[in-house]
Write a protein that binds this ligand. Structure first.
Ligand code: 5AD
Ligand code: FES
Length: 374
């Protein structure tokens, strides 16, 4: 992994591209320039992002143990492998004991926090079940384990209830901030409206969560201008965390039909790295996740993301027997790796990427701590 020397940029003659890199107020056009950087300029972008990250938040990586506790979903997003209409998927709900065991593992291994993720389900039984889980996780970890939820769009009341019961962060990707593109990759019905997603993000803030959002990179029909606008959307929303991964086609979904429009996987991978680096320049003190989808393209993908700007990693703690039924996209990595193996392999790889692991810390973004909410 490339660790750049501190004087890498200053040793070069100043060009317009370097002026963009060194400023702190980015227009959409500036961001497009960053996303299109090739060759030497691409390396300069990565070097600058690495420098900004280390200067602003240091080189610590925080782990969030990911538990994909149910793939039951009432939504039909046109790109997603576990969409409601995919009848090939065997639906599961992990038992409370299995989920608590995974959280116990996270706590014992000093992960600091967990992410509970599921398909979207708003039934009263589900809301209650999550509520109970939150309380139990707090109980078994002496109130120490941080909890992030990622359970889709819910009512403000539900968000409030879960916040009360112990969740303090919530991930809900906007997927694309361009309403037209959003419409292209979601069914055209009231249940999949862009405006509803925006409302949910605003409700999460109202309920007092640290809000995380994000997009998929390399969706058919997506342009560099769309991606630059996504970055400005994160800034406008003043989010505390962002997760962005390459789009990966899944053959049992409607978007698969447009696969001839896709960039190569390597191009999508590289564009995701540039999005991460550009975002680190735009929002220096937020948490940026090294998404698992990066690893589906390049075995060292997540570590590469950590080197050029990301600072959060989400090791998969989902019980192995459920993993193959939680394939949002094809070639999802670590399908049969148990948590212990995963942890050992991650530690080594993180050290190789020049970062340090922040054990037993929640790893809240400096950005969130700086602002006046909770
Ligand atoms: N390729 C890449 N990412 C995907 N997600 C869902 N389907 C895919 C896919 N085919 C991402 C979405 C969602 C997150 C949990 O997984 O961005 O928010
Ligand atoms: Fe429900 Fe993807 S459509 S989780």
């Amino acid at each position: 992994m490339k660790i750049f020397p501190a004087d890498f940029l200053s040793s070069l003659p100043m060009t317009t591209f370097q002026e963009i890199l060194l400023q702190n107020n980015f227009s959409q056009e500036d961001l497009v320039n960053l996303l299109l950087a090739e060759g030497e300029e691409r390396l300069q972008l990565f070097q600058r992002a690495q420098q900004v990250k280390i200067q602003t938040i240091g080189n610590k990586v925080h782990f969030r143990g990911l538990v994909e506790f149910s793939n039951i979903c009432s939504k039909d997003c046109l790109y997603c492998g576990i969409r409601k209409s995919n009848e090939k998927v065997i639906r599961y709900e992990a038992s409370e004991e299995e989920i608590l065991d995974a959280c116990q593992f996270a706590w014992t291994n000093r992960f600091g926090s967990v992410v509970l993720q599921s398909g979207e389900n708003s039934s009263p039984a589900f809301v209650k079940r999550v509520d109970r889980l939150l309380r139990k996780i707090k109980e078994i970890s002496d109130n120490e384990l941080g909890i992030t939820l990622s359970c889709g769009e819910q009512s403000l009341e539900t968000y409030r209830q879960w916040r009360e019961s112990g969740a303090h962060r919530y991930l809900l990707r906007i997927e694309s901030s361009n309403p037209d593109l959003y419409r292209k990759i979601h069914p055209d019905d009231d249940y999949h409206r862009f405006e509803r997603r925006l409302q949910a993000l605003s409700d999460l803030k109202t309920a007092g969560y640290q809000v995380g959002t994000g997009v998929m990179v390399g969706i058919p029909f997506q342009t560099p201008e769309d991606l630059a606008r996504d970055l400005l959307f994160f800034e406008q929303m003043d989010v505390a965390m962002v997760g962005m991964g390459p789009f990966l086609e899944h053959e049992d979904t409607p978007v698969y039909e447009f696969r001839s429009l896709l960039k190569t996987k390597q191009e999508r991978f590289d564009l995701t790295l540039k999005m991460i680096a550009a975002l680190r320049l735009l929002m220096p003190d937020i948490n940026i996740a090294a998404a698992t989808a990066l690893q589906a393209i390049d075995p060292a993908g997540r570590e590469k993301a950590l080197t050029i700007g990301a600072n959060i990693l989400m090791p998969n703690l989902t019980p192995c027997k459920y993993r193959k039924e939680y394939q949002l996209y094809e070639n999802k990595p670590c399908l049969d790796e148990d948590a212990e193996l995963c942890r050992n392999c991650l530690e080594t790889r993180i050290e190789l990427s020049g970062c340090e692991i922040g054990y037993s810390e929640w790893g809240d973004s400096k950005h969130f701590r700086k602002s006046d909410r909770t």
